[in-house]
Design a protein around this ligand. Structure first.
Ligand code: 5AD
Ligand code: SF4
Length: 436
């Protein structure tokens, strides 16, 4: 049987699709990148924002048509939307044969078997233990140069706007032994860079706190000196100086931190239940800049959260100017069902005001990114080459330690190697350079 898998949402979801592909491969399924060839189509979904969820429904329409062509086709919806909407999906969409949440992937072969026997199974039980620790992912869609390794699953933070605790369940860590052995396998497979993943990596905890994230990061850095190591996502409340010192100490740990701030005013941060203040966040930024001067910093920002005043919004703008983020992911607030905000706070910022504030945030970030890239002109960076440039096959692209994309002249032979590149030009999104 051939399967096709489509993935939406975060890096965790990409890693989950690789896990699912591994489970199916072990059950004699073969992957295809053409859904028209597939006997099994899986859509791994994201529920984090309303528009992410809408995209999934568009795809279901397409696969409905495919089912008319291939009568034996099985279509399964997995991941965060599956967890959120559960049996509603089976009721609303006749195309969907089964629904499976993020903690049920081990049982996928059984679910598919049930479909073949005429059932339409639903499996959305969340688990406090399941961390898929012992399973081997299948890196099907990768250049096999950069890859993900999940170190924790779930989230216990309960931010007021966020659906993740409801779709991915409680926080749990994987054993260091299995994490290290997965990285070892990836190294053998030729990977040059791995990203340690978790909703909040700073909460990594093994053996009752004897191994924390700083210890794990150091262990990985020491055992794999020839690999580049990244991680995501950090949480301002929990990110310790110990972690920063490990990043500073090891050359192979990339100098890049994604530290979502969400908002710049204490009133909004409190309503968001983020557990830190503006001052705390700025203190963490100060620590990064002091301990790792060459570090780049990116963030997530939400415009127009419940009760956000113009003054609150100005504080977000002011904080962005103060930090000078190198990059940001910026969103308009959308209510997610069951969250604290959905149950207790009024979504009272008018749509046009949300849009205008988001635009102001994006415009400012564009300027900050432009400035950040401009400051890199003339500098020399070590770049790990990932691919031939899509626009020009005489050029390659890769990333520097700071996670910035750099494009320069080169060919296929450079793929997977590290080269020194001098930055000679830039746009707000990309650096351009030449090998030196
Ligand atoms: N509305 C808008 N943005 C959201 N995010 C999470 N939930 C919401 C929501 N309800 C954003 C946050 C988070 C990123 C993954 O998505 O900025 O960090
Ligand atoms: Fe989307 Fe969040 Fe689920 Fe990732 S964890 S797929 S961002 S809802």
């Amino acid at each position: 049987m051939k399967f096709y898998i489509e993935t939406y949402g975060c890096q965790m979801n990409v890693a989950d699709s690789e896990l699912v592909a591994g489970i199916l491969k072990n059950n004699n399924y073969k992957i295809t990148d053409d859904y028209q060839q597939a006997d099994l189509i899986l859509i791994n979904t994201c529920a984090v924002r309303e528009n992410a969820e809408q995209r999934v429904f568009g795809r279901i329409g397409l696969f409905t048509h495919q089912k008319q062509i291939n009568k034996n086709l099985v279509v399964g919806l997995i991941g965060c939307v599956a967890q959120r909407l559960k049996d509603k999906l089976l009721n609303d969409f006749k195309t969907i044969d089964f629904v499976a949440g993020p903690d049920t992937y081990r049982r996928l072969p059984d679910l598919i078997e049930k479909v073949k026997q005429g059932e339409r199974p639903l499996d959305v039980i969340l688990s406090k233990q399941e961390n898929y620790d012992d399973l081997e992912p299948y890196y099907y869609d990768k250049n096999k140069i950069t890859g993900f390794v999940s170190i924790t699953r779930g989230c216990d933070n309960m931010c007021a706007f966020c659906i993740v605790p409801f779709t991915r369940g409680r926080e749990r860590s994987r054993s260091p032994e299995n994490i290290l052995s997965e990285i070892q396998t990836m190294k053998k497979d030729g990977f040059k860079e791995i990203t340690l993943l978790g909703q909040n990596v700073d909460k990594y905890n093994w053996n009752d706190g004897k191994m924390k994230f700083a210890n794990l990061l150091e262990k990985v850095a020491v055992e794999f000196p020839e690999l580049r190591i990244r991680f995501a996502t950090s949480y301002p409340q929990d990110m310790t100086d110990d972690v920063l010192k490990v990043i500073a100490k090891y050359k192979n740990v990339c100098k890049y931190i994604h530290l979502p701030v969400q908002a710049g005013s204490n009133a909004v941060l409190e309503r968001m239940k983020r557990g830190y203040t503006r001052e705390w966040y700025l203190n963490r930024i100060e620590a990064i800049k002091r301990i790792i001067p060459e570090c780049s910093i990116s963030t997530d920002i939400i415009a127009g959260f419940c009760g956000e005043t113009e003054e609150n919004h100005k504080q977000t703008i002011d904080l962005m100017r103060q930090v000078e983020f190198d990059y940001a992911y910026m969103f308009k607030y959308s209510v997610r069902p069951n969250t604290f905000a959905a149950r207790n706070l009024a979504d009272d910022v008018p749509e046009d005001v949300k849009s205008r504030r988001l635009k102001e945030i994006i415009d400012l970030q564009n300027n900050l990114s432009y400035q950040s890239n401009k400051n890199d002109v003339g500098k020399i960076f070590e770049v790990l080459v990932e691919e031939i440039s899509k626009k020009n096959d005489k050029q390659v692209f890769g990333r520097n330690s700071q996670n910035k994309v750099i494009i320069f002249n080169g060919d296929e032979s450079l793929k997977g190697t590290c080269v020194n590149v001098k930055v000679t030009g830039f746009t707000q999104a990309t650096l351009f350079g030449e090998i030196c």
